[in-house]
Design a protein around this ligand. Structure first.
Ligand code: PAF
Length: 281
């Protein structure tokens, strides 16, 4: 695997092959990321991964500074996983000037759930992903479903800007006890780590309870009860909610009647760590 740090070297390395599949990451790779690489390889074109901790998508009091940076270890994992090219720019390469031109995502998607809890987050994500797409010009790009809202937003961005890129979403990889793999799991103390699968359990319970609901008010009550239970277990939930998969809006009575595909989504803080997860239902 070749590692490059500049856009010029990236373009030179991409040049011999017409089609690439991109796996964008922020590094500190785990089995979830390696699953994305394995999925990317199925497209039978070379695979390029990017590692860049994107300041634009972190709020002022978030974990940008302490986000784990483990490039040599990540590069070894990617090489073993069969990745062909690694693009690992530094901030000066990615943002040689202040990034004053930004992608402004639709607030109907970017202003709810994680977008409401983390103002500006999805503008930062959309901007860096658009920039990576311009730099790499991949044929396909693979993203994990753990960041469900991010995946929807990127799909919409690609549609609206008519980018010739197929977006592939991959199911979340979980530890044996159900915890979704995430770089932020590394922040958890051993006690918190033991408690962390409660988030997935809360989503399962909400999805199960919502099955017999026929009115949005019932769903709303179930969400309130589920948040209270999480709160009693020592979590600070931002949201725990059932939404339509297609647009992340609350299901209407008609949706509940018709069985419109939904997803239960949650974000909650355990100690100093904010975890997100979801469950399609
Ligand atoms: O999902 C992530 O790791 C990041 O949000 C992404 C897509 C690499 C953009 O920085």
């Amino acid at each position: 695997m070749l590692t490059v740090h500049t856009v010029a070297d990236l373009r030179a390395a991409l040049e011999p092959h017409p089609d690439w599949t991109l796996v964008p990451t922020m590094g500190n790779l785990h089995a979830g990321h390696l699953g994305l690489i394995a999925r990317a390889r199925q497209e039978n074109v070379p695979v390029v991964a990017s590692i860049f901790v994107n300041r634009l998508q972190f709020g002022p009091n978030e974990d940008f500074d302490r986000y784990p940076r483990t490039l040599p270890h990540d590069a070894a994992l990617l090489a073993d996983a069969g990745c062909d090219l690694l693009f690992a720019p530094d901030e000066a390469e990615m943002y040689p000037q202040p990034q004053t031109f930004r992608v402004l995502p639709d607030p109907a998607i970017a202003g709810i759930l994680d977008g409401a809890a983390r103002p500006g987050h999805f503008e930062g994500v959309a901007t860096v992903v658009m920039k990576l797409f311009q730099m790499v010009q991949p044929r396909h790009a693979v993203f994990g479903k753990k960041d469900y809202q991010q995946l929807l937003l990127i799909r919409r961005m690609v549609e609206q800007f008519a980018l010739p890129i197929t977006i592939i979403g991959l199911d979340t990889v979980r530890a044996d006890d159900g915890l979704a793999l995430s770089s932020r799991n590394g922040y958890l103390t051993p006690e918190e780590r033991a408690q962390a699968p409660q988030l997935q359990a809360a989503l399962r319970a909400l999805a199960e309870d919502a099955r017999s609901a026929t009115a949005p008010e019932q769903i709303h009550l179930l969400e309130q009860q589920a948040m209270t239970r999480l709160d009693q277990l020592g979590w600070t939930p931002d949201y725990l909610t059932l939404r339509r998969r297609a647009d992340l809006q609350p299901p209407t009575a008609q949706d509940l009647h018709r069985g419109t595909p939904c997803v239960a989504l949650a974000a909650a803080r355990l100690g100093r760590t904010r975890l997100i997860d979801n469950l399609e239902c």
